[in-house]
Write a protein that binds this ligand. Sequence first.
Ligand code: WTA
Length: 660
Amino acid sequence: MSADSIDNLLREDRRFPPSESFAAAAVATSALYESAATDRLGFWAEQSRNLLTWQKDFTQVLDWSGAPVAKWFADGELNVAYNCLDRHVEAGLGDRVAIHWEGEPGDTRTITYAQLTADVKRAANMLEALGVGDGDTVAIYLPNVPEAVIAMLAVARIGAIHSVVFGGFSAESLRSRIDDASAKLVITADGGWRKGKVSPLKPIVDGALALQKFDEHGNETPHTVEHVLVVRRGENDVDWTDGRDLWWHEQFATAASEHEARAFEAEHPLFILYTSGTTGKPKGILHTSGGYLTQVAFTHRNIFDLHPESDVFWCTADVGWITGHSYVVYGPLANGTTSVLYEGTPDTPHPGRWFEIIEKYGVSLFYTAPTAIRSFMKVGRQVADDFDLSSIRVLGSVGEPINPEAWIWYRDVVGGGSAPIVDTWWQTETGAIMISALPGITTTKPGSAQVPVPGISVEVLDEQGVTVLPGGGGLLSITEPWPSMLRGIWGDPERFRETYWSKFGTKYFAGDGARRDGDGDIWLLGRVDDVMNVSGHRLSTAEIESALVSHPIVAESAVVGAADETTGQAVVAFVVLRAEHAGGQSADEASVTLRTHVAQSIGAIARPRQVIIVEELPKTRSGKIMRRLLQDVAEGRAVGDTTTLADTSVMSIISAQLSG
Ligand code: WTA
């Protein structure tokens, strides 16, 4: 976050107490805080037993003896898919809608719990017939279509592990994720609808599997994929590799319909989800079953004030991100919720598309990212005002700090001036929401995520690990293990320790800066490491730099996240060209080439807003690039202290070049 916006935040003093009528019917009560404070583990045990159905009850709540790898409810057994599906049907809720699906072109599907259960059973049989079972990994590369949810739950049902890869990632990114997890099966679609046209996916899977990869001895390492299962959605032409590629609808039609949900241990792996870190290589964050499902179900119910018999919940995230895993799939389904799932972009075919969907399905609980709110602010409130949004009861925000102006706009325009806003802080690693207001209880403050969820212990620490007092700023840390915490980085226990546990010992280092105000409420101030947050998506500066230097014209590069009005941060790259290429292309041409190159190597979400060609990068005498100074330039500020640079004239040359 830029210094200006932090100053603005600190001056924010508007307060919004809950209305009496809302509080009277609220799901969450302050008793939650009290019971969690009295007996934290007993609290989580009670929540878990209340919210989930255990096939074998647990006797132990937390085992932290193997820290930093926690075990929750370790001797209990459950089936995650059964908890999301069959038990609701057994309870007589089979006719309740699970998913109102809306395709971008306007086609729709309404799927009840009975149908979804039947589909997942059949899909589970289909996967088993393909030789997928307990502990195997399955890569899922699909658009936001019901088959994505069905595939995830079918994988979970048979005790396999899914690794969902967001459909915007490139062939190279997909392949590295397939290889890292040794995926046996890839589930994809021919294509999905985005921005009014079909965006092909199967060709990217073909490209990923055709890439040649080598080990450190120069020997080719073949991929591990046996089959590619293809959902027909875009109806675009696709190439076919006989024996390897199979149509989902054909396999599905011949699969058996009955499938018994076997119980797995609470710590059975559920999924891997890759996220950006401070080095170039994405980390495979591992989540397991019982603790994860407990905390996503608990937070979803209490933070969104879920009344499952009457609410319609819509989380706009793509299933390819953690928000999609926890609040499109697992939390809502575990709670028997009716949800909306939308395939496309917010402004296709018209800028009011999301509002139209809220009106059409009577969405009452709405969860989105600040970047989306800011882009609606840009088009103006008349777009929203054309639709009836009176069904809205609770609004959620996630992914990046929400600036107070966007918060107020969200409440006024989308929330009719009264809906409580929950600003939810969490991460891929935390699995579920960790810091948030509770509607009906908390007096909200625009721009602050406020208080830890009941049963969660959070502190703001200084560099030495000492708790800062109210009024002070420092680093956010989670000081006690929590049920949905990550259980490791896939295949890399050393990196797991080093990244999260080397700074504060058994207290988790989150990588976010934070401040506590006089009331003790928490204000998030953005990442303190080399991770950027662009439109609520995490990107690593190192990963983009390594993509840039992989291009033959590039000698050196430095990437910074510059403050951006709409996307929060934007990728700005500074690049030094190789001498032999410097004459070949104009700076403008090189810049266009390199922006495209990054999009092709990582995915369109990583495409730099700007690639600035410079003669030299600012470095200290020990050769470290001073990104702070480049950030000043990228954000159009006066350049800060340059005295530690090896060559103090570099920054004035870069600044002059940009203004000239
Ligand atoms: C940021 C997304 C401020 C934060 C669920 C975190 C937030 C990173 C908020 C995780 C929020 C997420 N306020 N910052 N309410 N929510 N962040 O893994 O920097 O994609 O570390 O998980 O997003 O991003 P991730």
